[in-house]
Design a protein. Structure first.
Length: 347
């Protein structure tokens, strides 16, 4: 199956909640949507008396991601969302802009399942899991919190960027990325998070995330999967995606990196010197969707394609129309070919 959807709540949607977005995506005839974790702020507060005995997963007012419990002079951080809250506990609360509490996420999951809208979560866009500073720790936390949200939401994948090479060599950057992403994958397993961590291809030379880097990381860890951002790859490789065979070569490289369907982003793009400058609508720029549609129809490969175009849902629907047109053309050609064979055989 090939799914299409926007990177975020549709621009035409009157409401701005995730619930509004899911409904709008369904009404537009689309079947996927990527929730944007644009911020992941945490703060601490004391547990209220009425919350004592309740599990963080069942609270209706806040999304508690951790309990800090004192025992004498020592503090213990408890990340089990089913652990009953005790009097005197300190609660670490996540403010995400996606949902107020876990039960709301579970309700959205049910709604999305009923409407056949596949969900995903994208971490904040400025990430760094390579450096040694505070941003690295914040980025890793963002991936953790996105995983908790994705798990309750039933999200297909948690998409993330990896970050700049900075002042280290690509080899050192790869080593650090592998160590930290492996650590995060173990944390996901420990907390029963089934959504894999998706590593997005990067569109600039100074940003970690070339095809070889991402494919190697994903082949070495089954919990990591590639996210094929066609605009990023096209830019980084100097505009290489021109014909169906170019897309085939890229998709062939990623075989074996993911056990299920591929997850991808598509948009128009302006680029120069191996670097992306900006996303554009699909009708602008030199990255066309028709060759990819031809490749996908011939390959019969399941994939989710998220529109990251400035036109969001408009271009998601535009891609769907193009794919249907290419598929219809192929079927028509096959029918005509079979008809000619039958006529030739009857003579």
């Amino acid at each position: 199956m090939i799914r299409f959807g926007p990177a975020g709540i549709p621009l035409s949607c009157k409401g701005r909640t995730l619930r509004d977005g899911i409904e709008d995506v369904h009404n537009l005839g689309l079947t996927a949507m990527e929730g944007q974790l644009v911020r992941a702020n945490v703060q601490e507060r004391s547990a209220d008396l009425e919350e004592v005995g309740m599990a963080p997963r069942d609270l209706k007012t806040d999304m508690v991601i951790e309990i800090i419990r004192k025992k004498g002079s020592k503090e213990t951080a408890i990340s089990n969302l089913d652990e009953p809250i005790r009097n005197g506990d300190t609660l670490v609360v996540l403010s995400s802009g996606i949902s107020r509490c876990y039960s709301e996420l579970r309700n959205l999951r049910t709604m999305a399942d009923e409407l056949d809208v596949q969900l995903a979560i994208h971490t904040p866009y400025y990430m760094d899991v390579i450096g040694e500073g505070e941003l690295c720790f914040k980025s890793m936390d963002s991936i953790r919190w996105a995983g908790l949200i994705a798990n309750e939401l039933g999200a297909r994948i948690v998409v993330t960027h990896i970050g700049l090479y900075g002042d280290v060599t690509p080899r050192t950057a790869f080593k650090r990325a592998k160590e930290r992403l492996t650590e995060l994958a173990k944390w996901y397993r420990k907390h029963g998070i089934k959504s894999p961590i998706g590593l997005e291809l990067s569109g600039r030379q100074e940003v970690f995330g070339s095809l070889s880097e991402v494919s190697r990381l994903c082949k070495e860890s089954k919990e990591l999967v590639p996210v094929v951002n066609f605009a990023h790859y096209h830019s980084r490789e100097g505009g290489v995606l021109r014909e169906p065979k170019n897309f085939d070569k890229l998709l062939d490289t990623l075989e074996g990196c993911s056990s299920g369907e591929l997850y991808a982003h598509f948009s128009g793009v302006e680029h120069e010197g191996g670097n992306e400058k900006r996303f554009t609508s699909i009708k602008k720029g030199d990255l066309r969707f028709e060759p990819l549609a031809e490749s996908l129809v011939d390959r019969n490969q399941p994939i989710t394609i998220i529109s990251s175009s400035p036109l969001l849902e408009h271009d998601a629907m535009y891609m769907k129309v193009i794919l249907e047109r290419v598929l219809t053309k192929k079927v028509s050609k096959e029918i005509k070919g079979n008809s000619k064979k039958e006529k030739a055989g009857s003579k």
